[in-house]
Write a protein that binds this ligand. Sequence first.
Ligand code: ATP
Ligand code: MG
Length: 566
Amino acid sequence: MSDKPETTDSAPANFIHAIIDEHLRTGRYDHVQTRFPPEPNGYLHIGHAKAICLNFSTAQKYGGKCNLRFDDTNPLKEEQEYIDAIMEDVRWLGFQWDALCYASDYFEQLYEWAVQLIKAGLAYVDQLSAEEIREYRGTLTEPGRESPYRNRSVEENLALFERMRNGEFAEGECVLRAKIDMASPNLNMRDPVMYRIIHAPHPRTGDAWCIYPMYDWAHGQSDSIEGVTHSLCTLEFEAHRPLYNWFIEKLGIFAPTQIEFARLNLTYTVMSKRKLRRLVEEGYVRGWDDPRMPTLSGLRRRGYTPEAIREFCDRIGVSKSNSVVDIQMLEHVLRQDLNKRVERRMAVLDPLRVVITNYPEGQTEYMTAINNPEDEGAGTRQVPFSRVLYIEREDFMEDPPKKFYRLAPGREVRLRYAYFITCTDVVKDADGNIVELHCTYDPATRGGDAPDGRRVKATLHWVSAAHAVEAEVRLYDHLFGAPNPNDVPEGQDFTDLLNPNSLQVLTGCKLEPALAEAHPGERYQFERKGYFVVDPDTREGHLVFNRTVTLRDSWAKLQKKMGRGK
Ligand code: ATP
Ligand code: MG
């Protein structure tokens, strides 16, 4: 796998659309029907977003339809909670499915088709154990061996299959297999299992069934039932395509075309539901919607917009080769979107008190602040200024090194939208910690410029102490410390690669009063600090913000260095 992004910023060519164009031209299909087919065994992640965008936008492009189909064929792993979350996430991304389908709605049809294959001598009930089946399957270099049960009569198979359905066998006692070719170079064609016995109730079909279809048997036939013309799936199914086509051909039913594309992988995160579930169940994160998770619900809670995710999926394009996309590219696209649309506010995350000693006690002035320099329509607001303020602790240094241009003893800086101030005194506690600064202000600099034209090198954000609202602010870093947490060193578990500092909780942050009424889901840029969103943990009198992303765009810098522009 390469560590380069799949494409650059220029619009990528879509090889799938080229295939569809050809199909429409030659009359193989006269319309386009796609589907997004998640298994409801977990929450959707950003990799799924790629598949969702691809399926829905392909249908849109050709004036076709896209179904949402739950691939609910394994009752041991699937839950209604996941079905509900998946529907919410697809809608949030901005897509509306045509038909809502469930593979379990096709169980009876699939059963009838299995009987049809048995009658044609193309399927048989096997009583080898799971382990024996594996042994008999052979390897990539050795052909498989035929099961001793392979040549039962049609009658015997029909009777046994009916008894399987009726619950007369225990789990693992027998399976139904397709009768194809135990010597095929493609292991998927070596008499694949079609049904296994699971004595467990299904969230939708209850106790009606105790035999459940395998993915390969359920998927293509479900596509065919729904009239799916183009069945888009990820590359690992390439070797399943001959089997997909074999079933369709032997049944003589409507034939969709399976087309494979590369999975999305992102640096510093994992993307398999199995691993994400472990992070949730073992308590490494607070839930599927933890803002550090690559799940759509996590990204939503983190403050991502659906527009940014769709734009990202568009930019990475679709290709046939697996790759890992730099997570900085996702953040870059997000910043571009947020920059255009979210309002600016001032918030001090690590407050240091500043007393303006020559400013009248009890006086408040209102400074006009621009809500969004990128959007004139966003207007302005009034920010209160008074004698006691907070600035960011990191914006002051008592003994500054050469390149530190912010506040220091004797130095003058600008307070955004307000005045120039000069630090005159540093007040410390008994242990020598700085507890407060004394400054003077120059009344002639109101609005941020000196009439005599003198310059300052820094502009700081600030909040009036008397007017500030308090908040908890949660800062996030990559969930994993390693760029590729799928590459786990010998003897370690992927959880060993987690970043121990991925969450930092700040309390007592001071925000300008305009934020007092902020509601969960609302996004802001805190000047100089990044983009933030109000977390649903917010309660009356207790504001909680998540930092969505910082302002520093290392991706854009990197692109510039590489001469890629934008
Ligand atoms: P996981 O391995 O994360 O459990 P999955 O493929 O088993 O993923 P499904 O619910 O079966 O998850 O996937 C639904 C659809 O989403 C499939 O068509 C699958 O190919 C696609 N998909 C899943 N992960 C990705 C990914 N990382 N990139 C692109 N498409 C994906
Ligand atoms: Mg799956």
